[in-house]
Design a protein around this ligand. Structure first.
Ligand code: ZN
Ligand code: ZN
Length: 139
């Protein structure tokens, strides 16, 4: 993925394309699985945790990424698809957490069933995680 494409993707979400934001976005595009703050810190040299945290926060606020709370206890972030508005239930989808390699995979095409919640329960967000073993890990 070229810088121009990352830059365009940021602009579509009304995010000012700074060098750091482009780096973070490109890393997330290249990575098959969801990333944590620590993953970013380990892979992007000369980037401090606070800046990376702020970058993720900006991405979250602008609907560029969504947060996944998997069984690892660490928040992970995956890129939103272009027409995603992070709304419930249409943009809620399945995530798979591998117990062996602790990677989390985002499956935007696997939506969740529409539930009829009991009266007066007002949903605003969904976090759907299935755990198990991924194809990269030997069974
Ligand atoms: Zn695995
Ligand atoms: Zn996802």
């Amino acid at each position: 993925m070229t810088t121009t494409t990352a830059e365009q993707r940021l602009r579509t979400r009304d995010i000012q394309p700074t060098a750091m934001r482009i780096r973070v976005l490109n890393f997330m595009i290249e990575n098959k699985s969801a990333v944590s703050l620590t993953d970013l810190e380990e892979h992007l040299s000369r980037a401090d945790r606070t800046t990376l945290y702020r970058t993720l926060k900006t991405f979250l606020e602008h609907g560029m990424v969504h947060q996944i709370n998997d069984a690892s206890g660490t928040a992970k972030y995956a890129l939103c698809s272009e027409n995603c508005t992070c709304s419930y239930p249409d943009d809620v989808h399945l995530h798979f957490y591998c117990n062996s390699c602790e990677q989390t995979y985002c499956f935007p095409h696997l939506g969740i069933p529409k539930y009829d919640l009991p009266e007066s329960f007002i949903p605003s967000h969904g976090n759907f995680v299935v755990t198990g073993q991924c194809p990269s890990c030997p069974s």
